[in-house]
Design a protein around this ligand. Structure first.
Ligand SMILES: Cc1cc2nc3c(=O)[nH]c(=O)nc-3n(C[C@H](O)[C@H](O)[C@H](O)COP(=O)(O)OP(=O)(O)OC[C@H]3O[C@@H](n4cnc5c(N)ncnc54)[C@H](O)[C@@H]3O)c2cc1C
Length: 338
């Protein structure tokens, strides 16, 4: 097992930010994972787990041991007439898992097609798209404590999932490496087409009674048309979370800004699309040097090439301040600052 010093992470984060890890290695099995933990401990250094690098902003050269999660494997645990339980290695590419499930006709994650990154990172922010979140099919996960090497099973309740949130972004942040995830997929063929975009694309595809594969194809088509491809322009998808505000606050805003959209999310809260706030505040397509706001998708900050993490961070703070001044709403990054 090799530990590479001063290793460039540029190709390992979708923002394409140049930053060098003090030490870098990859673990393809639990033995290698343990060796990496021992190495970091012997050097008295912190350790950062890296998946696909699609939800991070590197602010400098991490003075850490960076451990790429390459734990593979999709294993069927058991199945009934209606359900199938899978244990999936944390390093499996998320979209590869979706394609595998879709090819078998197993439902539950087809709306999450084409989300970049790894299976091990997916529960961290409870990935979601088009009316589905991983929590809807999640059973449990196995993780190794980065400091002690102890293993632990986290149940659904333990993870305390929220909107783009879990315990791994709060109390347990940076403490665990998720080694595998156990999911329950459905064999019923039932699909979720509650999002208007999906229904429209299915109609244009001439599909009247969609199955799992049709929904996956529709989602892929929508995402390709809407989101910039990190292979072409550096980005980490949605940079900010959609803010939730009390209903009374929303109604007050609505009087002042009648076009503002909002969706009730229960317990008297309303979710407002962050992209709308940023766009209506005039930031869409804005560019400053190497960084900017995507011209078709105001929620996506981009690296036009050669940007530093700090340049992105400064642009993000300017947007936060500007939106807060205009609407009185604080935007919170979805992306993890490292
Ligand atoms: C174009 C684009 C579109 C996107 N669309 C969506 C979307 O629709 N919905 C959505 O929810 N997200 C979306 N994202 C965000 C991103 O894809 C997800 O957050 C994804 O789960 C990140 O996975 P990753 O492996 O790349 O994580 P990384 O970026 O490598 O890591 C993210 C964080 O998790 C930690 N981490 C990673 N793996 C592990 C592990 N095994 N154990 C413990 N900690 C770990 C890292 O230390 C870091 O703090 C998008 C991103 C891009 C670039």
């Amino acid at each position: 097992m090799q530990f590479l010093e001063n290793y460039s992470l540029r190709a390992l984060n979708t923002f394409g930010i140049e930053a060098r890890a003090r030490f870098f290695t990859a673990a393809a099995n639990l033995g290698e994972l343990m060796s990496a933990l021992e190495y970091a401990s012997a050097k008295n250094m912190g350790l950062l787990v890296l998946g696909g690098g699609s939800n991070i902003l590197l602010l400098g050269n991490p003075d850490l041991v960076v451990l790429k999660n390459n734990l593979q494997g999709i294993e069927i645990l058991d199945e009934s007439e209606k359900l199938i339980r899978l244990r999936v290695g944390g390093g499996v590419v998320w979209h590869d898992l979706v394609l595998y499930a879709v090819a078998k006709g197993w439902g539950g994650i087809e709306n999450l097609s084409l989300i970049p990154g790894t299976v091990g990172a997916a529960p961290i922010q409870n990935i979601g798209a088009y009316g589905t979140e991983i929590k809807d099919v999640f059973e449990s996960l196995e993780a190794v404590n980065i400091r002690t090497g102890d293993t632990r099973l986290f149940s659904h309740a333990d993870c305390r999932f929220g909107y783009r949130d879990s315990i791994f972004k709060r109390e347990e942040k940076g403490r665990w490496m998720i080694t595998s995830v156990i999911l329950q997929l459905s064999k019923s063929g039932e699909v979720n087409t509650s999002y208007g975009d999906i229904r429209e694309v299915l109609r244009s595809m001439g599909v009247a009674e969609p199955g799992v594969a049709d929904v996956s194809r529709a989602v892929i088509q929508i995402r390709r048309s809407k989101l910039p491809d990190p292979a072409e322009i550096g980005n980490a998808g949605s940079f900010f979370k959609n803010p939730e505000v009390p209903e009374a606050f929303f109604l007050d805003l609505k009087e002042r800004f009648p076009a503002i959209p909002g969706y009730p999310v229960g317990s008297g809260a309303v979710k407002i699309p962050a992209g709308w706030l940023i766009e209506s505040d005039g930031w869409k397509g804005y560019r400053e040097g190497n960084v900017g706001v995507h011209s078709r998708q105001a929620l996506v900050l981009v690296n036009y090439g050669g940007a530093t993490g700090d340049e992105v961070r400064i642009l993000a703070s300017r947007i936060q301040e500007s939106v807060e001044q205009k609407y009185g709403i604080k935007l919170h990054p979805e992306v993890n600052y490292i």
